[in-house]
Write a protein that binds this ligand. Structure first.
Ligand code: AMP
Ligand code: MG
Length: 341
């Protein structure tokens, strides 16, 4: 299949909308990461997304809307808490899970009785949805690899596998949306992202944080969000997280002499490290780290490294999203440096 590269101008977005209406699949820029979109109400079109990505069919997709009025046909109920979240954070990087209506195909909900909905703030995504339909869209990468935040990332993974890619430049947030479920009695954060747990708590009060946000699933434990059970976001290189303060981190890293090894670090660390370093931003700028993380993980492979030691991010604010992605990239392989001193 030849993959068309389209611009974000009106004529090209119309072309992309036509492809979607014909049952095709198109990668689109959003403020979080690039998404791979199909008409959410066309089960056959949605199936093509799973094939192109190699995504397990039991991992449900997020439905993207461009106007709040579109939600009423997609969900069974729109409770007051959902209204509060929508008012505070939409359009933006927040996905809300609600009981689904009957028009949601099984391919989208992976057989669950709920559906995940997001109203993105990216203008190109909004225009594409307005001209076509609510769009089911996971990240536009091969299943398991780091999500794409640039046109080049999408091309590297999807060229020849999908109908078109819309070029929207680099994605601003850089990690996928925050996912919160309102389908249980108490709202629960399933995946941290650009909207923080602290912001959600301030808006709706009570909020649980799913165990799987920071921990591996226990044997036999059922994933509240099916995507959480898979190893994820991983480059080909092995990623090892190092949990410790500057001095113990530098001491550990500077003992390693293997030339196939790189260090994922903060900007401030570079001058203290002898191995090749791939910076992910300033130590206390969690948004910058989120923005740079997936590019940095992909860079490790592009530069031919087979092992990457990474600093363990702080777990507050957007830092929780960075931590959640990086521990999955590392397959939960964390070395506590306080134990090695
Ligand atoms: P992605 O499409 O790759 O950004 O991933 C979407 C995430 O949302 C995955 O972790 C899914 O498992 C999760 N998700 C989507 N729909 C639902 C749902 N109805 N219930 C629980 N989790 C969901
Ligand atoms: Mg994904």
């Amino acid at each position: 299949m030849k993959t068309l590269i389209l611009s974000s101008d009106n004529e090209d977005i119309k072309k992309a909308a036509e492809i979607i209406k014909q049952g095709g699949i198109v990668a689109m820029p959003t403020e979080t990461v690039y998404g791979l979109a199909a008409d959410a109400l066309n089960g056959n079109a949605v199936r093509k997304i799973f094939e192109a990505k190699g995504r397990p069919m039991d991992n449900p997709l997020i439905v993207h809307i461009s106007d709040i009025s579109q939600i009423y046909q997609l969900v069974k109920e729109f409770p007051q808490r959902a209204e509060i979240l929508a008012e505070n954070f939409w359009p933006g990087p927040l996905t809300i899970i609600l009981p689904k209506s009957d028009i949601i195909p099984d391919e989208v909900s992976a057989g669950l009785d709920t559906v995940a909905i997001r109203f993105p703030s990216h203008e190109t995504a909004q225009r594409l949805i307005s001209l076509s339909a609510p769009l089911a869209a996971p990240s536009a990468n091969l299943s398991g690899s780091p999500s794409p935040t640039t046109l080049r990332h999408v091309r590297d993974d999807m060229n020849g596998r999908i109908d078109a890619i819309i070029d929207g430049g680099d994605c601003e947030v850089g990690v996928e949306s925050t996912v919160v479920t309102l389908a249980e009695n108490i709202p629960m954060l399933l995946r941290p992202g650009g909207i923080t747990a602290e912001q959600l708590h301030a808006a709706i009060g009570e909020l649980k944080i799913a165990n799987a946000v920071t921990n591996p699933l226990a044997d036999g434990e059922k994933a509240a969000s099916p995507g959480m059970k898979y190893k994820h976001y991983s480059p080909k290189a092995e990623v090892i997280l190092l949990d410790g303060e500057n001095a113990s981190f530098y001491r550990y890293i500077n003992k390693i002499t293997d030339s196939n090894t790189a260090v994922l670090c903060y900007n401030e660390d570079i001058k203290y490290i002898t191995l090749p370093s791939i910076p992910i931003g300033k130590k206390h700028d969690y948004s910058e780290q989120a923005h740079m993380l997936f590019t940095a993980l992909r860079k490790a492979d592009e530069m031919g490294f087979t092992a990457v030691y990474a600093r363990c991010p702080e777990k507050t604010g957007v830092g929780l999203a960075v931590y959640n992605r990086i521990i999955r990239a590392a397959g939960f392989n964390i070395i506590s440096l306080e134990d090695t001193d």
